[in-house]
Design a protein around this ligand. Structure first.
Ligand code: NAD
Length: 357
């Protein structure tokens, strides 16, 4: 197993392995950068086929968190934890308490929260053994915090609308959006889109989610293999990474792609391919920052919902600024976003004003 020569290694500051014999916990924490503050990012539980796959995911996701936090104007670096296991079968409170101890041993260099396969309840178990955790609050006065997914969806919705204004010169009312994945974020996003007057085409692996979407939104249901090429104006990938690739892009009918999934582009070249196909792409980590904004606000003890909402609303203008520059310069938006993020990481504390220019 190689780390420093892996193609996903990007000058990461640290990769820690952790193990707890009693609970069966096994996984990794990758810290990409602490230049702007402690590495902050969720914990994913997944049935990785190998340790190499788990490490590669932690490397990619922690770099994404560095970029996401920097562009969101947060005073945090990028970190991510991955737990090797099946979230449907292998979860116990003891496993997440052991995970909390692994986070705690890093002394605050990494702060954790929920990601795919990990719930508020799991993070509550981790909070028994570490204070470097967020996404659990449920406070009744001030900012409630807790599950970040609804706020991730709000940010994606703002970013999607901004991208639609640039790419199609109108708002989403009356347009058709194909939503891939109706999980914690996808379902909330579908609700916002339906309320805004968009028509929906949906796919998921869960029949229950599809039935609900059909009943609540009159959504058209298609097979998972058909969602990327669905006859829609906008595509919102809200399930997996790597869905925008050399094979899928030529079949996309949507002229705007804006969704929640992390690492949607299989390679950086795919950003250029999207552009060549005349597709406006809102870079994933720019528009899915609502969740980290929420957990960071909770961690810092934000005083009101309005304060956090205002920060999430900035995702719209930030996306617009990025896409306008992409249009003006003829460069892929993802490349410009990476460049802006790297400049922020390399040049001291992030300033919200810069990211939202
Ligand atoms: P989730 O696990 O709740 O939902 C994912 C959904 O996708 C599930 O319903 C699953 O059945 C479905 N799915 C999986 N494979 C599919 C396929 N091939 N076709 C159609 N549907 C499929 O996860 P989530 O929390 O909603 O996150 C979704 C994505 O957004 C992930 O990539 C995650 O990293 C990213 N993200 C989430 C948050 C957050 O706050 N939860 C924040 C930022 C980014």
């Amino acid at each position: 197993m190689s780390i420093f020569t892996s193609r996903d290694f990007d000058g990461h500051e640290a990769v820690h392995g952790f193990h707890d014999r009693k609970s069966g916990l096994k996984g990794f924490i990758a810290i990409h950068s602490t230049a702007l503050g402690p590495g902050f990012g969720g914990c994913r539980m997944w049935t990785y086929e190998s340790e190499d796959d788990a490490i590669a995911d932690a490397l990619r996701l922690s770099r994404g968190m560095s970029y996401k936090n920097a562009l969101a104007g947060l005073a945090y670096g990028g970190g991510k934890a991955v737990i090797m296991g099946d979230p449907r079968k292998d979860k116990t409170p003891e496993l997440f308490e052991a995970f909390g101890r692994a986070v705690d041993r890093l002394g605050g260099a990494y702060v954790t929260a929920e990601d795919v396969g990990v719930s508020v309840q799991d993070m509550m178990a981790a909070s028994c053994t570490t204070k470097f955790v967020s996404g659990i609050s449920g406070k009744t006065n001030g900012f409630s915090g807790g599950d970040p997914s609804p706020r991730t969806a709000l940010g994606v919705f703002e970013g999607l609308r901004a991208a639609t204004r640039i790419g199609l010169d109108r708002d989403v009312e009356g347009l058709t959006v194909a939503v891939q994945g109706l999980g914690s974020v996808g379902y909330n996003l579908a609700t916002l889109l339906h309320d805004a007057g968009a028509k929906l085409i949906v796919a998921d692996l869960s029949d229950d989610a599809l039935k609900r979407a059909h009943r609540d939104f009159g959504a058209e249901v298609v097979m998972p293999r058909d969602i990327l090429s669905a006859d829609a104006d906008i595509l919102a990938p809200c399930a997996l990474g790597g869905v925008l690739n050399a094979k899928s892009i030529p079949h996309l009918k949507a002229k705007v792609v804006a969704g929640a999934a992390n690492n949607q582009l299989a390679t950086s070249k795919d950003g250029e391919t999207l552009m060549k196909h005349g597709i406006t792409y809102a870079p994933d980590y720019v528009i899915n920052a609502g969740g980290i904004i929420s957990v960071a606000a909770e961690y810092e003890g934000a005083s009101s919902e309005a304060e956090v909402q205002a920060q999430i609303n900035e995702i719209g203008p930030r996306t617009q600024s990025l896409l306008k520059e992409a249009k003006r310069t003829g460069r892929p938006a993802a490349e410009i976003a990476d460049e802006r993020a790297r400049a922020l990481i390399g040049h001291g504390p992030a300033e919200r004003a810069i990211a939202a220019e």
